[in-house]
Design a binder for this molecule. Structure first.
Ligand SMILES: Nc1nc2c(ncn2[C@@H]2O[C@H](COP(=O)(O)OP(=O)(O)O)[C@@H](O)[C@H]2O)c(=O)[nH]1
Ligand SMILES: [Mg+2]
Length: 373
């Protein structure tokens, strides 16, 4: 896979150059503004940006390595498996106890084929429970999977480890709750909330870039202050690059024919304090009925993540977006958010590249990293 660099002055210019050189299936990995001095080297005076793209040889493995946005994809959602319809559910599952710290260090990749562990105490002779814990499951959630396996297949696991693992995957697929389909109508803006520095603005930029590059959709962005000033200058730069209007004051979704997709960026809040959380709640109410995505840094410890989910539970959270997955090897821990809260996972995001890796959350996407071949 060869990454090719392009210099462009607009999204349309970039898409055309990439298509001409690499064909319609080209994948865009990263877009970044060029400093004025560097742009001058290329004889450009206008705001200029650099785009990194490649032609996939083997689409699946290439995308797995670097992520990116396929220019020929026909979709209004980020790259990844389709999310299916389901009823939204809210809040922390009441039956799940306070999280305990996850024991054990990072499980080395590739060790999945050889179980060296004892069965969980409540797991009969099923051994996969320990493996789930090593991949990031809380003991209570690993036990839930084992209970499901015993309920469906009885006390005795199959003869081979491969079969046991396969049954565990199938059990997890059954326990997965897909994020509900996003409404087609554009009247509701997408709003990203969460602690400061978790990657809210980056996710917004990734989704925005995919929407503009893939669909040429009309999009509008609001970069708003909260209880603190919104210093995300980079968001304004990306909007300029993509030719997307950005406003600094909330003006409401315009009622244009066909509608626009709206994204609202606000600063993170200190989730340990009631006051900023209360102010955030008031601000969110002022946006009408936004689709609120709670963004979490997936590299944080699980007890902290669950505390953050609890702190934001007073808001009308639609779903969760997990970032920094490039810094986390134990993707199995994502299952604790599925099994330990009533929220659904919407997107998984890994890395600082824009559009980079930003995919719809699915069991398959998690298995790829949880049980590497
Ligand atoms: N390694 C890594 N860095 C990220 C990721 N997402 C965001 N960042 C970086 O984290 C920092 C904070 O991101 P930002 O989107 O501004 O966070 P916000 O305060 O929640 O809006 C920036 O330096 C981003 O480039 C990610 O998935 N992986
Ligand atoms: Mg931000």
């Amino acid at each position: 896979m060869e990454l090719v660099t392009f210099i462009a002055e607009s999204a349309a210019d970039a898409a055309q150059q990439v298509r001409e050189r690499l064909g319609p299936s080209a994948v865009v990995v990263n877009i970044r503004p060029l400093p004025a001095t560097k742009a001058k080297w290329f004889g450009r005076r206008k705001p200029t940006f650099e785009i990194l793209a490649y032609r996939p040889e083997d689409t699946a493995s290439s995308r797995e390595m670097v992520g990116g946005t396929r220019l020929d994809a026909v979709s209004d959602a980020p790259a990844g498996p389709e999310s299916r319809e389901s009823e939204p559910t809210r809040g922390i599952a009441p039956e799940v106890p306070e999280p305990e710290p996850v024991s054990g260090g990072d499980a080395p990749r590739g060790d999945w084929a050889t179980p060296q562990s004892e069965p969980l105490s409540g797991g009969g002779s099923w051994k996969v429970g320990r493996l789930l814990e090593a991949s990031g499951f809380l003991p209570a959630n690993a036990q839930r999977v084992i209970d499901e396996l015993r309920r469906v297949h009885g006390e005795t696991p199959p003869e081979t480890w491969g079969e046991e693992l396969e049954l565990a995957r199938t059990a997890l697929m059954r326990l997965w709750r897909p994020a509900p389909r996003l409404p087609d109508e554009m009247r509701r803006p997408h709003l990203f909330v969460g602690p400061a520095g978790v990657g809210k603005t980056t996710c917004l930029c990734k989704w925005l870039t995919q929407s503009v590059l893939l669909d040429g959709k009309p999009v509008r962005v609001w970069r708003l202050d909260g209880s603190t000033a919104n210093a995300a200058e980079s968001l304004s730069v990306y909007c300029e690059i993509l030719g997307v209007p950005l406003e600094r004051r909330w003006s409401g979704m315009p009622s244009t024919e066909g509608g626009e997709m709206g994204f609202i960026d606000i600063p993170g809040v200190d989730w340990r304090l009631a006051r900023p959380l209360g102010e955030l709640k008031q601000q969110v109410e002022g946006f009408g009925s936004p689709i609120v995505h709670l963004v979490l840094n997936g590299a944080y410890d699980l007890p902290l993540l669950l505390k953050q989910v609890r702190a934001f539970a007073g808001l009308p959270i639609a779903d969760l977006v997990v970032t920094h997955l490039d810094e986390e090897t134990r993707w199995g821990k994502l299952w604790n958010l599925v099994l330990g809260t009533n929220y659904t996972l919407r997107f998984l995001s890994a890395g600082q590249n824009i559009p980079g890796e930003f995919v719809c959350a699915s069991p398959e996407a998690i298995f790829l990293r949880q049980f590497p071949a």
